[in-house]
Every structure is written in C-alpha cells, then in structure tokens.
Design a protein around this ligand. Structure first.
Ligand SMILES: Nc1ncnc2c1ncn2[C@@H]1O[C@H](COP(=O)(O)OP(=O)(O)OP(=O)(O)O)[C@@H](O)[C@H]1O
Ligand SMILES: Cc1ncc(C[n+]2csc(CCOP(=O)(O)O)c2C)c(N)n1
Ligand SMILES: [Mg+2]
Length: 331
C-alpha cells in the first residue's frame, strides 16, 4: 500500500472513510438535516427554492498542473454561488458530486472540501455544503448544485431589461481571462501540455489575474442588493461579457449598447472574458445604482445586433463556448 506519508489514495480507502474525512472539514451544517442521511432537508423560508448546477471537468474546465485541490473546491463553489446571486437570491446550500480517479490522494479530497468551505465563508456566509455524492472516474469531475432563497423578492430574470435602462456591472471584468492567457502562454511545455506555475516569475498584477482565474471571487452579496435596488434583468458573466450580454439582450428583446471606455484599462479582455463571474444587470435610469455597480452602457430598442460596443457590432466571438472552443487533442 502506497500510504507511507499517511496520505492514502482514494483507491485504498472505502467510500465511508473518504466521506468521514470530507465531513470533518466542512464544519457545522446549517440545514434541517445535513450530510449523512439519504438526502438533506433545507428550509425554504418563503416557499421557493432557487436551484442551479455547474460542473468542472478536468480538461475543458481546469488542469491539475495549474489548480490546487483548494482552488478547485473554491472555484466550484464560487461559480455556482454567482448563479444564485444573479437571480437576486442568497445561497443557502451546496450539494457536491465528486468523481475521482482511483489514484487521487486523500489530502486532495480534503483540499477540495477546504476550498468549498472557504468560498462559502468568503462569499456566502450562511451557505454550507449540505450533501453530495462520491464516485470513481478516470476524469476528475466536480459537479456542484447550489440552492438559494429569495426572502420575498421577485427573482431577477434575464428577460426584464427595458429600453432606457442603465447597463451596469459589479465585480471584475477580464482578470480571469488574462489569468488563463498567462497559464496557456507561460506555463505550458513545448507540446502545449500544462506545467506547474512558478509564481516567482510573475509580476503582482499577473498573480492577481491568476488568482481571479483559479479562485474567482464574485460579489455574491450584491445579487440581493441589485434586486432590492430594482434591477430589471441580471445574470453572471461566466462565458464573456459580449456573449452573456447577447443572451440577456435576446431574452429581453432589446439591444445592450456598451461603452468600452467604461470597461477599465483592458477593455478587450473585459469584453470577451468571462470567468470572473461579475454580475451584469440593468437598472431603471431614474434611480442611483446600488453600491458596487458601475455603469457600462445603456439599453436600446432591439436593432440588428443584440450587443453594440461603442456604437458598432462587436467583431469576434465575445466569449467561451465549451463545444466550439475545447478540443481534446489540443486542450
Ligand atoms: N442539461 C440541461 N438540462 C436542462 N436545462 C439545462 C441543461 N443545461 C443547461 N440548462 C439550462 O439552460 C440555462 C443556461 O445554462 P447555462 O449553463 O448556459 O447557464 P449558466 O449556468 O448561467 O452558465 P455557466 O454554465 O457558464 O455558468 C440554465 O437555465 C440551465 O439551467
Ligand atoms: C484549463 C482550462 N481551459 C479552458 C478554460 C476556459 N473556460 C472553461 S469553462 C469557461 C467558462 C464557463 O464555462 P461553462 O459555460 O461550461 O460553465 C471558460 C472560459 C479554463 N478555465 N481552464
Ligand atoms: Mg450564470
């Protein structure tokens, strides 16, 4: 048994032992029935549950050479918490399905649990991992389901933007995309395979970009604030600002007109980058924007294009599509 360092592989352990080691990292449950029974029981105080799921798969979504176990847990939680926030809701619980190769170390599994817990602590303090599933697979996969509560609010949909509304964003735009570019350009070998990150060779802004890619920090708490401030439509920017704005514009039957001068120092990355999970929302123009949101454009009547940038259609893809952009042979 390859267990000399007290760190066995999951293939050397039983499901029950792995589970116990995960549960002892997660802290107190917040649920009516937490982990340990056939299912969790979560309170739905106002009678409605907001629910979403997002899966991270080794290959298209992350590389073990670049992400630590903690990073993966953190990101798997954060991307789901952002989707709950984007409805105007507060996250209440996560359910985590882990499919792991036999040779995965127990310390890796507990690292994922630590990352999940830390993301909840940092981004959605009332939320806990309340259940999940373990199975074995050649491809490391983390599927997180997040639940949320609206506390009496109407959900903020993608479809409510009104002509004349202000388009606004809360959170980073473009950092995570720059971080990914750094990984692919600086930390791959001659054949294009990912190699370990050497943080000593990076400038401080590059380190910040890398952290944004590996451990995104979306402003989850601003989702309910946006709803309370009268947001007419909202979504998180997961795939790219232009691509996601196109989805919101199409759902609402309007055109979103963005101004690149309002998108910070690197508008090109802001326009096509997505994984910061910023909140993109529209608000009635007559009211002040809620704290944390900045204006990036205006809602116009639907024209030939769903999104305009500086008065022109955007040239290029405008974001990530897993089917178009991922190729198993090239990564
Ligand atoms: N396999 C599926 N079955 C049913 N509905 C799905 C399925 N996949 C996606 N959807 C639904 O389609 C909508 C858009 O999904 P999508 O995954 O693009 O949104 P998202 O979660 O905001 O984005 P991202 O995955 O980039 O974070 C969501 O309402 C989602 O629930
Ligand atoms: C190793 C590696 N390769 C590629 C990417 C790029 N990428 C993966 S998922 C995604 C957006 C959201 O995806 P989804 O819509 O599937 O939730 C993006 C931009 C990455 N982050 N890591
Ligand atoms: Mg989303």
């Amino acid at each position: 048994m390859d267990d000399e360092r007290g760190d066995p592989t999951v293939g050397e352990l039983s499901e029950g032992r792995i589970l116990r080691r995960i549960l002892e990292r997660l802290g107190e449950s917040n649920a009516l029935v937490g982990p340990g029974d056939d299912a969790a029981v979560i309170a739905a105080a106002d009678g409605r549950v907001v629910a979403t799921v997002d899966t991270l798969v080794h290959g298209p979504d992350f590389r073990l050479a670049w992400s630590s176990a903690y990073d993966l847990g953190y990101k798997a939680a954060a991307v789901n918490l952002a989707d709950i926030a984007a409805m105007g809701a507060t996250p209440t619980a996560l359910l985590v399905a882990l499919a792991m190769p036999d040779e995965t170390r127990l310390s890796f599994v507990t690292g994922i649990a630590d990352g999940l817990r830390a993301a909840c602590r940092d981004l959605a303090p009332g939320c806990r991992v309340e259940g999940g599933d373990l199975t074995v697979s050649d491809t490391l996969t983390i599927a997180v389901t997040a639940l949320g509560a609206l506390a009496g609010r109407a959900p903020v949909l993608r479809s409510g933007a009104q002509v004349g509304d202000v388009v606004a964003v809360a959170g980073e735009l473009g950092r995570a995309a720059r971080g990914l570019r750094t990984l692919f350009t600086r930390f791959t070998d001659a054949a294009g395979a990912p190699i370990a990150v050497d943080e000593r060779v990076l400038e401080s802004t590059e380190l910040t970009d890398l952290a944004a890619q590996l451990r995104p920090s979306p402003p989850v708490w601003l989702g309910p604030d946006a709803a309370d401030a009268g947001a007419t439509a909202m979504m998180d920017v997961s795939d790219g600002l232009v691509l996601d704005a196109t989805r919101l514009a199409s759902a609402s039957g309007v055109t979103l007109s963005l101004e690149s001068a309002l998108l910070g120092a690197d508008p090109a990355s802001a326009l096509s980058g997505g994984e910061d999970h910023a909140l993109l929302a529209t608000f009635p123009a007559r009211r002040p924007l809620p704290h944390g949101f900045v204006r990036v454009g205006v809602v116009q009547p639907r024209g030939a294009d769903a999104v305009m940038v500086d008065g022109r259609p955007y040239e290029g893809r405008g974001g990530w599509d897993p089917y178009l952009d991922w190729d198993a042979r090239t990564g």
